[in-house]
Structures are given as C-alpha cells and as structure tokens.
Write a protein that binds this ligand. Structure first.
Ligand SMILES: Nc1ncnc2c1ncn2[C@@H]1O[C@H](COP(=O)(O)OP(=O)(O)OP(=O)(O)O)[C@@H](O)[C@H]1O
Ligand SMILES: Cc1ncc(COP(=O)(O)O)c(N)n1
Length: 268
C-alpha cells in the first residue's frame, strides 16, 4: 500500500480562511499531504483584525491530540497559535509521543497587530517548546523577542538564526525577512550551514496568513520525506507563488492564494 504523507497542525482558527488552521489545511492539501488538525483556540478574525478569542478547554486539546496520536502515524507536524502556558504544557507533554519533524511557527501577533498569545507565555514557548523543534520560523519581531536582540540588518538576521540554535536549542532556525525592506530574503541555519532563500518583494498588502502558509508548506514537504533544505526551498516557492497571486478580499490585509502553485503546474 502507498505510504500516505500525514501532516498535523496544532493551532488556532481563522473563519475568514486566510490564516491559522484553515490556511494550514489548505496548504497541506495543495502540497498533497493528508492534513489533520488540533484546535487550540477558536478565533473570530478576518482581514481587518481579531474580534474575539475563545480558548478550547485544556482537556479537549489533550483529547484531540490523543485521538490523532493513538490512531494515525504523524510524519510531520507544526504548531502555530498556542495562547497560554497551560496549553503549552499540555502540548509539551504530548510532543515526545510524536516521533516526527516538528516545525514551530512562533505566532505572537497577527498581521493586523492583535496579540495572539499572552505575553508571559512567550518565555515558556522558548524555554519548554523550542528545544523539541526541528525548525522554528520566526518573523523579525518574533526573532527579536526569542533572542532578546534587535534585528536591523541581514547580518543581525543571520546571527539570530545561530543564536536560536546554539543558545536556545532549536533544531534549526529560519528567520523570515517579510518585515525588512528590499528583496524578501529568509535565512536558515541548520546547526552547521547557513543558507538564504530570496524572492523579489511583491507589492501587495495581502499578506494575511503568509507565516502560517509558509510553515505549513514546509511541514507538508517534510512529511513527504524532503530534507530540511529542500523542504524550505519548496516552501519558499509555495509561499511566494501564494503571495504573488493573492486575493484582494475583505477590507484589510487580504489572504494569500493557496492554489497558486496548482496554476503554475498547469502552465508548465
Ligand atoms: N511582499 C512580499 N513579497 C514577497 N515575499 C514576501 C513578502 N512579504 C513576506 N514575504 C515572504 O513571506 C514569508 C513570510 O514572511 P513574514 O516575515 O511576512 O512572516 P510572518 O510575519 O510570520 O507572516 P505574517 O504576515 O503572516 O505574520 C517569507 O518567506 C517572506 O520572505
Ligand atoms: C489563528 C491564527 N494563527 C496565526 C495567525 C497569524 O497570521 P498572520 O500574522 O498572517 O495574520 C493568525 N492571524 N491567526
């Protein structure tokens, strides 16, 4: 029987479909991995911002994790929004049972500027969850928080990747340059080599969910057996196509187009 590439996301929701669990599952589907999800928080949000957050009870997060882990092999997984320390503790307890690559998108603030995790939970994320990761994918503000160092240049970005791995125990670190100027360049440090991934900067305000989409694509490619470098390269290609073909939907930051890559395949 053909082996199925299974990918799990543990994250919050976005009813407007651009970020969170919805973006992750759409991305898994496009990359052709079998998508599964554990919901941490139900978030009322859209392209303009976050209106309300309801946290799923801890026992229910645990039961969702048990339901998947006890029944289906997981070939790669990611975490996104984990709002507080109690949720992080539940997830940290279960992670050792999932013997698969772990991609952490250290979600802290939405594109709209709304906080998605409690301030005091950020340290816990770094201290208790980061050491389990195969890869952490911070944007610039998240990398600044995690390292405690200001990032103003590409040299600072490169240094942050090394600090995240060498000092804080991440398996590898991808610091994303979406918040810099000029080319959209991301740096990956895997514990021995430093790589960069670049694309032209696309002139758009439709960037809602780019971080979720990127980390989900990397997770899906890892579930299919690509190595870390190949998975990030393919993920960067996926997210760039999704931004280039993004939708002007809603009155705020529109979503990326998760099926852009499909159109590309048709064109080839
Ligand atoms: N305008 C753009 N043009 C091309 N690539 C971009 C653009 N903005 C972001 N990217 C790329 O998208 C990916 C996500 O990066 P970014 O730094 O925006 O993450 P993020 O802040 O977590 O995303 P989000 O906007 O969802 O919070 C990276 O590969 C980054 O280089
Ligand atoms: C549930 C959830 N998780 C993550 C994000 C971050 O996505 P973005 O920064 O692109 O808005 C979000 N808005 N909602």
């Amino acid at each position: 029987m053909e082996k199925v590439a299974t990918a799990l996301t543990i994250a919050g929701t976005d009813p407007s479909g651009g970020a969170g669990i919805q973006a992750d599952l759409k991305t898994f589907q496009e990359v052709q991995s079998y998508g599964m999800s554990v919901i941490t928080s139900v978030v009322a949000q859209n392209t303009t911002g976050v209106q309300a957050i309801h946290h799923v009870p801890l026992e229910m997060i645990e039961q969702q994790l048990d339901a998947v882990i006890s029944d289906i092999p997981i070939l790669a997984f990611k975490t996104g929004m984990i709002a507080n320390i109690d949720m992080m503790k539940v997830i940290a307890e279960k992670i050792p049972q999932i013997r698969a690559p772990y991609v952490m998108d250290p979600v802290m603030v939405a594109t709209s500027g709304d906080a998605l995790i409690e301030a005091k939970a950020r340290d816990f994320l770094r201290e208790r969850l980061l050491p389990f990761t195969s890869l952490v994918t911070p944007n610039i503000p998240e990398a600044e928080f995690l390292t405690g160092e200001k990032i103003d240049s590409t040299d600072d970005m490169k240094r942050a990747t090394v600090v995240l791995v060498e000092r804080f125990g991440a398996g590898a670190a991808l610091v994303k340059g979406g918040h810099m100027e000029g080319e959209a360049t991301d740096f990956l440090y895997d514990g021995s080599s430093l790589h960069s991934f670049s694309s032209e900067r696309i002139d758009t305000k439709n960037t809602h969910g780019t971080g979720c989409t990127y980390s989900a694509a990397i997770t899906a490619y890892l579930s299919q057996g690509l190595n870390l470098y190949e998975a990030v390269k393919a993920g960067k290609h996926f997210v760039t196509a999704a931004i280039a073909d993004s939708f002007t939907l809603g009155s705020g930051h529109g979503p990326t187009n998760h099926w852009a890559i499909r159109k590309e395949k048709v064109k080839q």
